[in-house]
Write a protein that binds this ligand. Sequence first.
Ligand code: HEC
Ligand code: HEC
Ligand code: HEC
Ligand code: HEC
Ligand code: HEC
Length: 188
Amino acid sequence: MSKGLISLLVFIGLVGAGTLFYVFPTASNQGYAPEQPIPFSHKLHAGQMKIDCKYCHVGVDKSPHASIPSVNVCMNCHKVVKTDSLYIQKLTAHYNAGKPVEWIRIHELPDHAHFNHKRHVTKGVKCETCHGPIQEMDRVYQYSPLTMGWCLECHRGQTTPDYVRKLVDPENKHPDDIAPISCATCHY
Ligand code: HEC
Ligand code: HEC
Ligand code: HEC
Ligand code: HEC
Ligand code: HEC
């Protein structure tokens, strides 16, 4: 047997004893950072200006989906702020025409997998844990892999940040299982 084949078999052996997610390897869009129709900066608005995430992403703590703000929200400020900017003029044109800005979606799970913001946010899991340092991003990129393995590693307690562990299981009674892992939790 070749060395390569032996190490492959050893690898499969290790993985076989290991976890489910190796069985379902999938491509990940980690790092995806499309150029947006208007260069909206989180670094400026959420970082420097410290506007609360929920001011724009209304409902992220009340529903499965985090919303993307409508132009109205932007115009609360940009009716008067920086109106000499070409980007703000483009934004204003959308507002006047009643046409939404066509933001390009970055994070997107396949239809068969269901994520739920409310269930995580109300348990105290911070946006940054999954979305990274959004406050420092001029252009948003996909920080986490969003693969099934990534979800399960946290639910199983393997990669769970300590602060999440303390919130969900303060007495550390279930160190290996901090959230449900049955298939129907996410596939239904
Ligand atoms: C002033 C409004 C505003 C604030 C405040 C804001 N966002 Fe956003 N956010 C947007 C807009 C507009 C988009 C869509 C354009 C883009 O991707 O940059 C967006 C996109 C995103 C996306 C990517 C959505 C996708 O398509 O997958 C994430 C994740 C996100 N925001 C998280 C946050 C977090 C976390 C905070 C707080 C730290 C925050 N945002 C604060 C307006 C805002
Ligand atoms: C709370 C007020 C506020 C809200 C809400 C807000 N902005 Fe801003 N925005 C600002 C301020 C202040 C600046 C910086 C102006 C400056 O550079 O002097 C700015 C700058 C910008 C710029 C850069 C303009 C340039 O040419 O330098 C863009 C683009 C922009 N905002 C888009 C948006 C979009 C899109 C939304 C809605 C999703 C939004 N803003 C919501 C206050 C706001
Ligand atoms: C446990 C991980 C996790 C946490 C915590 C989290 N998100 Fe997300 N976020 C995701 C995933 C996964 C998606 C893709 C969902 C999909 O495609 O159905 C997503 C998508 C988004 C989107 C795109 C719109 C949507 O709903 O698909 C926005 C905006 C967003 N998140 C903002 C936030 C904000 C703001 C917070 C904090 C208040 C937050 N997220 C907390 C994992 C998380
Ligand atoms: C950083 C850790 C972490 C990550 C990453 C994470 N989750 Fe969770 N998840 C949790 C916690 C904590 C809970 C709440 C458990 C509880 O209610 O006690 C939870 C709960 C859930 C629930 C509700 C379960 C129920 O029936 O009560 C669903 C559905 C879910 N997660 C799906 C996902 C999916 C899909 C992903 C990946 C895209 C994901 N999660 C990634 C920590 C995480
Ligand atoms: C905590 C959430 C969660 C749980 C629990 C979960 N999955 Fe998944 N699963 C996902 C996510 C998110 C995806 C999509 C991302 C990916 O393909 O990695 C996915 C993708 C898949 C895929 C498609 C893989 C591909 O190649 O496209 C299959 C098959 C699958 N899961 C089966 C299962 C089975 C069987 C179970 C139970 C033993 C299970 N899942 C439990 C979140 C979960």
